[in-house]
Design a protein around this ligand. Structure first.
Ligand SMILES: NC(=O)c1ccc[n+]([C@@H]2O[C@H](COP(=O)([O-])OP(=O)(O)OC[C@H]3O[C@@H](n4cnc5c(N)ncnc54)[C@H](OP(=O)(O)O)[C@@H]3O)[C@@H](O)[C@H]2O)c1
Length: 278
């Protein structure tokens, strides 16, 4: 079946716009092949102009005219959106949902159509091409479709393909929520340095480079975080003094718990959505 558009974005907030940017800049998709949709007219017009893509306020129109439908609304907005597009989706269309905590089964039930649903869990650094993205593709998905979506997602950063849909909850807690955890660590490090005399500009600049450098060390040396930490900690030295404070305040345990808690919250949201949202 031929569609006037290749991709429709239903919802164009932070996350969907990051994917749109990757689609245009990295996957080099023709902007005329994409239609975007949201309810706020002023924001829709502004974004359509910025990205030079067609737009509509009618979700039904966007959904029925596109081969690939990207769901970019908040989970709590899903029910309204999915019931609106329910009768406009057919078997040949592919839905890609970035919504946290709403399963493929729930989406299919809500639209009452046996089309293909792919789930992804990106994070906001995707807007800079540095995202961490988990994706679950249904087992029977055609290779050419899978490759096409993989190429778009790889343009947004690092892609991990998951063998089970439920693992998206773990991705949600780790890399979906993870940037916020890192921002807190950054804020705390900057504050510590400012308390001892650095300007905010200096502290921020050095902190950013420290995070980037440490990430590169983790990526390129192939050493474990533990090995790298030991390598920069000498007995009686400055790093050891700082690490003792982290241990005293159970920072390692707290961060582990924060990730676990975020994952558990994703699991709870998913089961709540399965039982009562639709
Ligand atoms: N932000 C993240 O870090 C992150 C990470 C991973 C996954 N996600 C997932 O990505 C999804 C979007 O999150 P976000 O942070 O991008 O949210 P957001 O900025 O609030 O974007 C939601 C978008 O949906 C639109 N929308 C809501 N209801 C609509 C409707 N009935 N019809 C058409 N458009 C509608 C909103 O625009 P109007 O109000 O103009 O309609 C807005 O553009 C969520 O499901 C979230 O779980 C987000």
């Amino acid at each position: 079946m031929n569609f006037p558009y290749e991709h429709a974005f239903l919802g164009l907030g932070n996350m969907a716009e990051a994917i749109l940017a990757s689609m245009l800049k990295v996957a080099k998709t023709d902007p005329k092949q994409i239609i975007v949709c949201r309810r706020n007219t002023a924001k829709l017009k502004k974004q359509a102009k910025q990205w030079r893509v067609p737009s509509t306020k009618q979700v039904k129109e966007a959904a029925s005219q596109s081969q690939y439908i990207w769901l970019g609304v908040k989970p709590q907005q899903a029910q309204e959106l999915l019931s609106e597009i329910a009768s406009n989706i057919n078997k040949s269309q592919i839905i890609i949902s970035m919504m946290a905590g709403i399963s493929i089964k729930t989406i299919k039930q809500a639209i009452n159509a046996n089309c293909t649903v792919i789930r992804i869990m990106p994070n906001t650094p995707a807007m800079l091409g540095h995202g961490a993205i988990g994706a679950y593709f249904p087992k029977n998905l055609q290779a050419n479709i899978k490759n096409k979506i993989k190429k778009i997602l790889q343009g947004m950063g690092k892609l991990e393909i998951l063998s089970q849909e439920k693992l998206l909850d773990a991705v949600t807690g780790l890399s979906g929520s993870g940037p916020a955890f890192i921002y807190q660590i950054a804020q705390a490090m900057i504050q510590g340095a400012m308390n001892e005399g650095l300007t905010q500009k200096q502290a921020k600049s050095l902190c950013i480079q420290t995070l980037l450098g440490a990430s590169k060390m983790l990526e390129l040396t192939k050493k474990t975080p533990e090995q790298l930490s030991q390598a920069v900690t000498s007995k009686g030295g400055t790093t050891e003094a700082g690490l003792k404070i982290l241990a005293k305040h159970k920072v390692f345990k707290s961060i582990t718990l924060a990730v676990e808690q975020a994952i558990q919250r994703a699991q709870i949201l998913r089961s709540e959505n399965e039982t009562c949202l639709f």
